[in-house]
Design a protein around this ligand. Structure first.
Ligand code: HEC
Length: 138
């Protein structure tokens, strides 16, 4: 290999190294655990209460549906969407390890479902309470 090729080769490896580093960083920034999310919600409010979360989840809040209308109670098994009858996988992270591991997805659905059930967004305290309860549902 002549010197020019060697130089090119090194530059290419360096680029790969940067690419892999950035991709790894982006992935770790996106992937969270339910415990991370809970801590974040608690930091924006106060300590979570699982029993308050359970009540919140099963009660109606002035609208037609409770969270349990679509997610069932206990939310540790497949349930049916109350309108479309589509199957919804279990919401409890113990029954479904994919839950509460993608912050963007969690926020998107909290926003949408809270609006459907409460006519407003959920507060950080409500999210903390529900999530802390879901973590106790086996
Ligand atoms: C009208 C039906 C319906 C109601 C009512 C409902 N949800 Fe959902 N929920 C869905 C659907 C559909 C999805 C997205 C499909 C999926 O993730 O399985 C979802 C997903 C979610 C997720 C995403 C979790 C994750 O990490 O994947 C959260 C959190 C959630 N719901 C919380 C709630 C809470 C809290 C309430 C009550 C305030 C509620 N939902 C009420 C239908 C509903």
């Amino acid at each position: 290999m002549d010197a020019v090729m060697q130089k090119k080769g090194k530059a290419m490896w360096r680029q790969w190294g940067i690419f892999i580093g950035v991709a790894g960083w982006a992935f770790s920034a996106m992937a969270v655990t339910p415990q991370d999310l809970l801590k974040g919600y608690e930091a924006q409010s106060a300590k979570a209460s699982p029993s308050r979360g359970e009540q919140f989840f099963n009660a109606k809040h002035g609208k037609q549906w409770s969270c349990a209308s679509c997610h069932d109670n206990p939310p540790n098994r497949d349930s049916k969407h109350i309108v479309t009858a589509k199957v919804i996988k279990p919401l409890s992270p113990n029954a479904n390890p994919a839950r509460f591991t993608d912050e963007a997805k969690v926020e998107k659905w909290f926003k949408r479902n809270c609006n459907d059930s409460l006519g407003r967004e959920c507060t950080s305290q409500e999210k903390a309470d529900v999530l802390s309860w879901l973590l106790t549902v086996k």
